[in-house]
Design a protein around this ligand. Structure first.
Ligand code: IMP
Ligand code: MG
Length: 180
């Protein structure tokens, strides 16, 4: 390891956002949700795999009577979106009348959520909002808007804190960005 760079498969990544800065922002995001959902019982739907770390940290800071469930959707291969969203594990509970918060690791083109949200709305939830760890405004191609965003970042490939490059790098506590 030179200058805190990390090599993952064939690529080199450099430090981007430190774990303590992430932790502080995630707490602030949870505080906003606590204020908005006081007295309600929100159901978080975390999108696997990438969001598991953000979802866990966000969830532990919620002070409402919240519940959480998981779906597995994927559209990425390597460092680019394939444009095809595949559901590998689906929802197994009723959303009718529930206050839903979809938890994502990152909104890139918005394709994943633009495919998934109509499936949720078809079940007549009371409300649906999005909480995302990251968003890349310059990459957005679909009409998807998160109510809660921890960090807006430029259009570069990142990994760590749950985000991966071909499955690797998720365990890094800090966020890294592709070098160059
Ligand atoms: P979208 O459907 O284009 O919005 O892509 C969303 C998904 O692509 C995210 O949930 C991630 O799994 C993946 N993704 C997008 N950008 C990155 C990145 O910079 N690093 C790692 N995964 C990413
Ligand atoms: Mg993902």
């Amino acid at each position: 390891m030179i200058n805190n760079e990390v090599n993952i498969l064939d690529k080199t990544f450099v430090p981007f956002i430190k774990a303590d800065v992430i932790a502080q922002k995630v707490q602030e995001t949870a505080a906003a949700i606590n204020a908005d959902y006081a007295g309600k019982q929100p159901l978080l739907i975390a999108i696997l795999n990438g969001s598991f770390m953000f979802a866990a940290d966000l969830f532990r800071h919620l002070q409402t009577d919240a519940t959480i469930t998981f779906v597995k959707l994927a559209s990425y291969k390597g460092t680019t979106s394939t444009g095809n969203v595949v559901t590998a594990i689906g929802l197994d509970e009723s959303l009718e009348g529930r206050h839903i918060i979809v938890v994502e690791d990152i909104i890139d083109t918005g394709k994943t959520l633009s495919t998934f949200l109509p499936q949720l709305l078809a079940q007549h939830p009371a409300s649906v909002e999005i909480a995302t760890f990251l968003t890349k405004p310059d990459a957005l191609k679909y009409d998807v808007k998160a109510k809660y965003t921890a960090f807006e970042i430029e259009n570069k490939f990142v990994l760590g804190y749950g985000l991966d490059y071909d499955g690797h790098g998720r365990n890094l506590p800090d966020l890294y960005v592709l070098k160059g």
